[in-house]
Design a protein around this ligand. Structure first.
Ligand SMILES: [Zn+2]
Length: 306
């Protein structure tokens, strides 16, 4: 499997922006709802979008040149595949209010004309839990400083702002970056030392110091370095606005700009940054919002062999 991933990445390095078979990289989910425009249709591959989740959307139509989705005050680009359908992922912020939203697919056709197709998008509860976390080391109080946390988040979201045209993840989709029990869920409201509240941006996996951490998919490293809270951290761009982050590492084997293949060992589990013991923290951003890693993995279930 690693060898196949490597070949895919190598092919896209050699041929640059040449279109490789994107159709094989689209998640294996059936369209659930379609909204017809005059010359295009919007297809939602979900019925409701929970807070902190990514949802797959496509715009189909033979004369579509460009398409993007407008919702939650943000534009999300869709990308043409070699089937002539434009796909992309919309994401609901963790704290997005629960209600029905008006969304638009802004379509530009090959003759230069445009159309805005309106459709409803329902945000439902992410059902997040509350967790209490005790930081034993009193010397690390500064790591509970909201200023430090907001600066770190700003750094990460600036790194994760570019939306790359190329789907770099590879035809295996996304895989779990580490084997190990999931111990702390995405979106949990976490109370540190009884005083400081924050939202958990990823999943924690029970792991031992030195366990290998692998890239969830093919991509390009946009950051490999030290952050106050995340410690040794790696952020990987997978294309189409999808990024994965790996925190608290003891060792990192990659550098900024490096291409990685799916399943490549990129570092070792550690306890650097705001961490009470060795564990793996893995997080994901889809088009500017934290999304649930575990849920995203399900979006990429590989199609059955044909
Ligand atoms: Zn965590």
């Amino acid at each position: 499997m690693h060898l196949i991933g490597y070949v895919v990445v190598l092919a896209s390095v050699l041929f640059g922006s040449m279109t490789i078979s994107l159709a094989a990289q689209i998640p294996n989910v059936d369209a659930s709802t379609a909204y017809e425009g005059e010359s295009a249709a919007v297809n939602l591959y979900f019925s409701q979008l929970p807070q902190g989740r990514a949802g797959l959307i496509s715009v189909s139509g033979s004369a579509v040149e460009h398409a993007e989705i407008q919702v939650f005050g943000r534009a999300t680009r869709l990308f043409r595949t070699d089937e002539g359908v434009h796909y992309g992922f919309v994401s609901a912020p963790i704290e997005q209010a629960i209600r029905r939203y008006e969304a638009f697919a802004d379509v530009t056709y090959t003759d230069g004309s445009t159309e805005s197709i309106r459709f409803p998008l329902d945000v439902v509860s992410g059902n997040f839990i509350q967790q209490t976390v005790l930081l034993i080391n009193n010397g690390e109080d500064e790591l509970l400083n909201p200023e430090i946390e907001s600066q770190e988040l700003q750094t990460i979201f600036e790194l994760a702002a570019p939306v790359s045209d190329d789907a770099l993840w590879g035809d295996q989709g996304f895989i779990a970056p580490i084997s190990g029990e999931l111990t702390s869920p995405f979106g949990a409201v976490r109370v540190f030392n009884d005083t400081y509240r924050t939202l958990h941006t990823g999943w924690d996996f029970n792991a031992r110091l030195g366990d290998p951490m692998v890239s969830m998919a093919g991509g390009r490293v946009v950051f490999a370095g030290l952050l106050p809270i995340r410690g040794h951290y790696i952020l990987i761009d997978h294309g189409w606005g999808i990024y994965s982050g790996y925190a608290h590492l003891s060792l990192s084997y990659v550098t900024q700009g490096q291409r990685v293949y799916p399943g490549q060992v990129i570092g070792r589990v550690g306890s650097t940054g705001r961490s009470t013991s060795a564990h793996a923290h893995v997080e994901m951003i889809a088009n500017g919002n934290w999304v649930d890693v575990a849920d995203f993995l399900k979006l990429f279930i590989r199609p059955a062999a044909q």
